[in-house]
Write a new protein. Structure first.
Ligand code: ADP
Ligand code: MG
Length: 341
């Protein structure tokens, strides 16, 4: 296999669709300390793959999304989409790239313009990115409505006439109408009750699978990712602490933080109860403008040893794929002296 792309700058075969390297997102405001909400995040999404980004509220997930989408220009790192670095793109290029990366947001009550009809909302990306005429746009809207389980009569109504679950269906229709290559869903089901959560999740899952769309699925709730994600990345205080294929992460979580998240999420799952000691997450997430020395999780980690309070562990490969940043876990590249398990 050749390692040289046929076209200079074109992605290599098998290259990730989204390739985030060393991403850093900061908020600066006058008279206050800079908040580094995202520090050194590496994340890849292959074409058609579903990757979940998980972490408790405040861990920097939405900031990472803003940095990836260039809604905030990152303070550092690269965001390659289909081989092209978005962080160096100008407005016009970015606009073109965004056609292929669409978003679904958390709040179905504020993410849809209340003054627009459902048809106008769903057709908006077509207006921005295509020269389809009115008739074709209308046909696309009707097709999308049916695809997300709504009806053509819904097209001329307004968002307030719909339930939360229906509004997220409308948001999904808008996100998919251009057949993007990547959908980023930021807490897309978090505001919904459990039964609508499951329905919207199943809908999103079946549509992206059917259309071959990759997805970066962001949630604070590890329980919802098991069915949808191929791979899970766990974020804590601006950093990735673990990444594994979904089944491996659920059956063999390596980082103490992942273990704590899992035992909180899966208390109802008897298989998990039997095989794993419950672990409760004590204390609060530290202030990202004043992070702890050493490992970001050291202040809450029940297993922390001296080195954890001094040195931030690197995200290193595990023997069976996946990566973890923990001094206590044996990684492929770790010095044997540090592996205490
Ligand atoms: P998550 O989506 O995981 O809940 P966020 O990315 O929203 O996390 O927030 C990460 C950190 O960045 C939090 O400490 C939050 O208070 C801070 N933050 C988010 N948005 C801003 C902002 N606009 N200005 C300053 N700090 C912010
Ligand atoms: Mg968020």
């Amino acid at each position: 296999m050749s390692t040289t792309p046929a076209v200079p700058g074109a992605p290599l075969p098998g290259a990730p669709l989204l390739d985030v390297r060393d991403l850093r997102v900061e908020y600066r405001s006058r008279g206050r300390r800079t908040v580094a909400a995202v520090r050194s995040v590496d994340l890849q999404v292959a074409p058609g793959e579903v990757v979940a980004l998980v972490g408790e509220s405040g861990s920097g997930k939405s900031s990472a999304v803003r940095g990836i989408m260039q809604l905030i220009r990152p303070a550092g790192g690269e965001v390659r989409f289909d081989g092209q670095d978005l962080t160096t793109m100008g407005r016009k290029e970015l606009r073109r790239a965004r056609r292929d990366m669409q978003m679904v947001f958390q709040d179905p009550f504020s993410s849809l313009d209340p003054a627009m009809t459902v048809a106008e909302i769903i057709a908006e990306p077509l207006m921005v990115h295509t020269d389809q005429d009115r008739k074709h746009r209308r046909a696309s809207v009707v097709e999308m409505l049916e695809l997300v389980g709504l009806r053509r009569e819904h097209a001329d109504r307004y968002p307030h006439e719909f339930s939360g679950g229906q509004r997220q269906r409308i948001a999904i229709a808008r996100a998919l109408v251009l057949r993007p290559r990547l959908v980023i869903a930021d807490e897309a089901v978090s505001a919904l009750d459990v039964s609508s959560q499951n329905q919207v999740l199943q809908l999103l899952q079946s549509l992206i699978a059917e259309l071959g769309i990759a997805c970066l699925f962001i949630t604070h709730d590890l329980a919802v990712v098991r069915s949808i994600a191929d791979r899970v990345a766990v974020m804590y205080l601006g950093r990735l602490v673990e990444q594994q294929p979904t089944e491996e992460l659920f059956s063999s979580p390596q980082h103490p933080y992942t273990q704590a998240l899992l035992s909180a999420a899966l208390v109802a799952d008897p298989r998990v109860q039997r095989t794993r000691r419950r672990m409760r997450l004590e204390g609060e997430l530290p202030d990202p403008s004043n992070p702890p020395a050493g490992c970001v999780f050291s202040t809450r980690c029940p297993a922390a040893i001296d080195v954890c309070h001094v040195e931030m562990p690197e995200l290193l490969p595990l023997a069976d794929g996946g990566r973890v940043a923990c001094h206590l876990v044996e990684t492929v590249a770790a010095a044997p002296g540090l592996a205490v398990r």
